[in-house]
Design a protein around this ligand. Structure first.
Ligand code: HEC
Ligand code: HEC
Length: 383
């Protein structure tokens, strides 16, 4: 493949695009990424051969389609698109700006910065086995992955390319995309559905199942024991179960059962962001104030700040909320209530000791999949 480097002169109407042949690298001195060619492996990485370990076979569906549906060339193109700042109106932001591999594809701030310093109204979600999710976003407002991936591109706070036709035109002019589209789809033509499928292929390929918790679940299926856990981790597991955390965060991905679940966990009496109770949310309605999708706890050690608005910085703050901080919102989930009196639900108090809190957090850290965050296949090809 011929290597071509690009320098994009922004704001220079005369030459939109100025190509330099050869192996010269963009100096990148302006701090923008995605202005040089990505560096990709000589032969495609394998993305499509996904080994789903045995503990996922317990009635848990593999996503809405019931299966992975991706190609290696599609995911390779998707990887480049995911990290390319050309996907934004300002050429400064990519999907990877708010979804860092080192943070299990979330970021480290409560609200993320998109184009022109706009902040997202919610906390950037970690991307956790998206092929196995039934719905996406904190309020479950979309259920199709290929539809989902185009939303941040158009969102004015995120990538700001409101007209996708403009993105198609822009990408069509970039030489390094030509062979990538050709390999994925048989010719160089850039289209909206092709962009969407490639991004969805890449997301689906991010399959994570290599945490200590996974190893313990596999061991349990195979031998009926789980001695990969230390005594402290087992103590934490008992606290997790006795506290009823697994009533919501369950299964191999520690997320809502039946593929999805929503709950009001009593964060505040009058929710600023009403979640599923916001107008226009398909599953919601007025009565759903404070309902948010039950997130997966896989990789939770890496994905703070926590909750839909990033209000908690540490896992201890989260545990303290469940232990003693739940407020008596009329919609408070029954799994976090002691019972319903005349005044509405009464928040459950866990009364955990400091040691129990510590053990619980040690257990939560067994959900971290270190191989996902070290996997070259998911890394930024522009770095
Ligand atoms: C400016 C920051 C920002 C950018 C850029 C961004 N995202 Fe996000 N992403 C978010 C936020 C914030 C949410 C949660 C939004 C909500 O629930 O309303 C989110 C949610 C998601 C989710 C849902 C995860 C789940 O479990 O439901 C996926 C998948 C995702 N983004 C992928 C992408 C892709 C692909 C791109 C690029 C096309 C992208 N994001 C660009 C901030 C960003
Ligand atoms: C009734 C269901 C339910 C129960 C029980 C429950 N959770 Fe949650 N959990 C949720 C929901 C819903 C959210 C997201 C709430 C929001 O952002 O408004 C959440 C969020 C979290 C988060 C932050 C996730 C993120 O990505 O920001 C952590 C950590 C967490 N829960 C841990 C626990 C622990 C530990 C327990 C047991 C002490 C527990 N949960 C019990 C439903 C539940």
């Amino acid at each position: 493949m011929k290597k071509i480097s690009f320098v994009l002169f922004l704001g220079l109407g005369l030459f939109g695009l100025f190509a330099i042949n050869g192996c010269q690298k963009d100096s990148n001195s302006n701090g923008y990424k995605g202005l040089q060619s990505p560096s990709l492996p000589a032969s495609l990485y394998s993305y499509s051969e996904i080994d789903v370990p045995i503990h996922f076979n317990g009635g848990f569906e593999y996503g809405p389609t019931g299966n992975f549906d991706l190609t290696d060339a599609g995911a390779t193109l998707g990887r480049v698109l995911f990290y390319d700042t050309k996907l934004s109106l300002s050429n400064e932001v990519s999907c990877g700006s708010c979804h860092h591999q080192s943070k299990a594809f979330s970021d480290k701030v409560a609200l993320s910065e998109g184009i022109i310093n706009n902040r997202t109204p919610r906390n950037s979600q970690a991307i956790i086995n998206p092929a196995m999710e039934q719905t996406y976003f904190w309020d479950s407002r979309v259920s199709d992955l290929e539809e989902m991936v185009l939303m941040p591109i158009q969102n004015h706070n995120e990538l700001g390319m409101e007209k996708l036709e403009d993105l198609v035109t822009k990408i069509s002019k970039v030489d390094y995309y030509k062979p990538l589209f050709e390999e994925a789809y048989g010719d160089e033509t850039v289209t909206k559905p092709r962009i969407a499928t490639a991004l969805a292929d890449f997301l689906q390929s991010m399959f994570s199942a290599d945490s200590k918790h996974d190893k313990a679940m596999i061991q349990m299926v195979q031998t009926g024991t789980e001695n990969v856990f230390s005594a402290k981790e087992l103590a934490g597991k008992a606290v997790f179960e006795e506290s009823g955390c697994n009533n919501c965060h369950g299964g191999p991905d520690l997320r809502g059962s039946w593929g999805d679940d929503w709950a009001n966990i009593g964060l505040e009496m009058d929710y600023t962001d009403k979640g599923l109770g916001e107008e226009g949310v398909i599953f919601g309605g007025e009565g759903a104030e404070g309902f948010f999708k039950v997130p997966s706890l896989r990789n939770i050690e890496l994905t703070g700040p926590y909750m839909h608005d990033g209000r908690f910085n540490t896992l201890l703050e989260v545990v303290n909320h469940y232990n003693e901080g739940i407020v008596a919102h009329p919609n408070l989930d029954w799994r976090l209530s002691e019972g319903f009196g005349g005044e509405g639900p009464s928040p459950k108090r866990l009364n955990l000791s400091n040691i129990e809190k510590e053990d619980l957090i040690v257990f939560l850290k067994t959900f971290t999949d270190h191989s996902l965050i070290a996997d070259e296949r998911f890394s930024d090809p522009f770095e």
